[in-house]
Design a protein. Structure first.
Length: 494
């Protein structure tokens, strides 16, 4: 039988599979943009601060260009985020109809954060060359806070779905007596929120640094590329060990608050002590595990610092109340990939830190910069795997132990949902293709501007500041006025 059929119960409605596939695709697509939306404002402002404090034209130029990328990314994120908002109501009316009054406040907070961030990004972009440097920087300072506020709203809603509280049920099973504070600050909110926020900073830092690592490998060794690499990579490297500790903490919270999900993440079948740890491997419906690397007793040690720690198994609850073998295997693989990538990134951060402490400079090895160039993609994969672990491991519940996914799904015909899924794929291919095209065009315009500005060579873009009058360019080489590529901030949005 095909694997996807094992993802559903035998009596699941026909709409469930296309609804889940559509939601999974749109979420997986949107989450690619989230790290830049949450953390790029902070990285940009750090670079902006360095530029102002040291009167560093290179840093200011980088900050301006990153702010342009931030604006484009935000515009695409608004589109994909709006699609998700509609999908919650269209695909899962049972969830929103019954539970919206309890956890919907999180979506309201996120909407306000989106609005504030849009206004602040517009002001920040407009301020280049138009405001005094200090005033411009201060007006940008609320940007990271609004990004964190948006993450607060979404994580409040998701953590409530994992550990719902803050309500009572009447005789018909409907939620009443809603306590908003308890609904927001659930047992999983703190661990999920900080794990998420640091993951976004780590991922955005490695993604941005990876661009300049590629430039270094291609021979661009000017200060522009060195600084463009050093600042985001340093922030990511500092965040990496913090994230490792937060990841360990949230895994223990899942062990305590969602023991069945933990059993799925670790493919534990029988409740027992001295439980082994499997690196990868496949769980079968009869509880056996094939493949992978078995490490005796390690799972109990990781869960409770002792081989005597009792780990709840999947078989401790009825089959209808737990992830099936295929879902558990997916959650387990996603978890192991996430942890594996995090471990490699930790080694990379330690390499960078040790060389810096010893020589006061970044490593000069091509192996290091090659690894740094891959770190951005790897960290995005880790974010995707973290989301898969959280959502697949919670199955079959959409509201943990209160509502099943099958109970929340729309009654729209499955054929219609499959058609919608196909259309969304086509639209998203166009959206992300346009996003990539815009970024590449911005890159080309910036390189042209660097080559033309004041007749300076391509390897000296740091000679131009984004404040003050626009520099002159050779009359015969300037692009048309509508292109805007004649300035070092071409496409900068100001």
């Amino acid at each position: 039988m095909h694997t996807t059929l094992h993802l559903l119960a035998a009596d699941a409605p026909a709409q469930l599979l296309p609804a889940r596939e559509l939601m999974a695709f749109t979420l997986a697509s949107h989450i690619i943009l989230v790290p830049m939306g949450v953390a790029l404002p902070l990285i940009t402002l750090v670079m902006h601060y360095i530029g102002l404090r040291k009167n560093d034209a290179t840093a200011l130029l980088l900050a301006r260009r990153w702010s342009a990328v931030m604006a484009v990314q935000f515009a695409i994120g608004v589109v994909t985020g709006t699609v998700l908002s509609f999908e919650f109501g269209l695909l899962w009316p049972g969830l929103m109809g019954k539970w919206g009054d309890v956890f919907g406040i999180g979506f309201g907070v996120e909407a306000w954060a989106f609005f504030l961030e849009a206004v602040l990004i517009a002001i920040y972009l407009y301020g280049w060359r138009r405001l005094k440097p200090r005033t411009h920087f201060l007006l940008g300072l609320p940007l990271p806070a609004t990004a964190l506020l948006g993450a607060f709203g979404i994580l409040a809603a998701n953590s409530w779905m994992n550990t719902p509280q803050g309500f009572s049920l009447d005789s018909q099973g409907n939620p009443v007596d809603v306590n908003v504070w308890k609904a927001i600050f659930t047992p999983m909110f703190g661990p999920q929120y900080w794990h998420f926020v640091v993951a976004m900073l780590l991922t955005a830092g490695y993604v941005v640094a990876g661009v300049y690592a590629v430039g270094w490998l291609r021979g661009r060794r000017d200060r522009y590329h060195r600084l463009g690499f050093a600042v985001p990579f340093t922030l990511a490297a500092v965040a990496t060990p913090v994230q490792f500790m937060l990841g360990d903490s949230i895994a223990r919270q899942v062990f305590q608050k969602q023991p069945v999900k933990f059993a799925a993440m670790e493919i534990v079948w029988e409740t027992d002590t001295h439980v082994p740890e499997y690196l990868f491997g496949r769980l079968h419906p009869d509880g056996t595990v094939s493949g992978g690397i078995k490490i005796p007793q390690l799972d109990s040690i990781l869960a409770g610092f002792s081989t005597d720690t009792k780990v709840t198994g999947l078989a401790s609850v009825p089959a209808s109340d737990r992830p099936n073998a295929t879902q558990a295997t997916i959650a387990h693989w996603a978890f192991d990939i996430m942890v594996g990538i995090g471990s490699v990134l930790l080694l990379l951060a330690l390499w960078y830190g040790l060389v810096w402490l010893r020589h006061r400079r970044p490593p000069g090895s091509k192996w290091f910069y090659g690894s740094a160039a891959c770190a951005g993609v790897a960290s995005v994969v880790a974010v995707e795997c973290g989301w898969i672990t959280t959502e697949v491991g919670r199955q079959p519940w959409i509201v943990y132990q209160n509502m099943r996914v099958a109970e929340a799904v729309t009654s729209t015909r499955s054929t219609t949902l499959w058609i919608m899924f196909g259309l969304v794929i086509v639209v998203y291919v166009f959206i992300f293709g346009a996003f990539l095209t815009v970024l590449l065009k911005m890159r080309d315009r910036w390189r042209l501007a660097d080559a033309l500005t004041d007749g300076r060579p391509v390897d000296a873009p740091e000679a131009v500041t984004p404040y003050g009058p626009r520099p002159a360019v050779p009359a015969g080489d300037a692009p048309s006025s509508g292109d805007g590529g004649s300035t070092p901030s071409g496409g900068g949005g100001a």
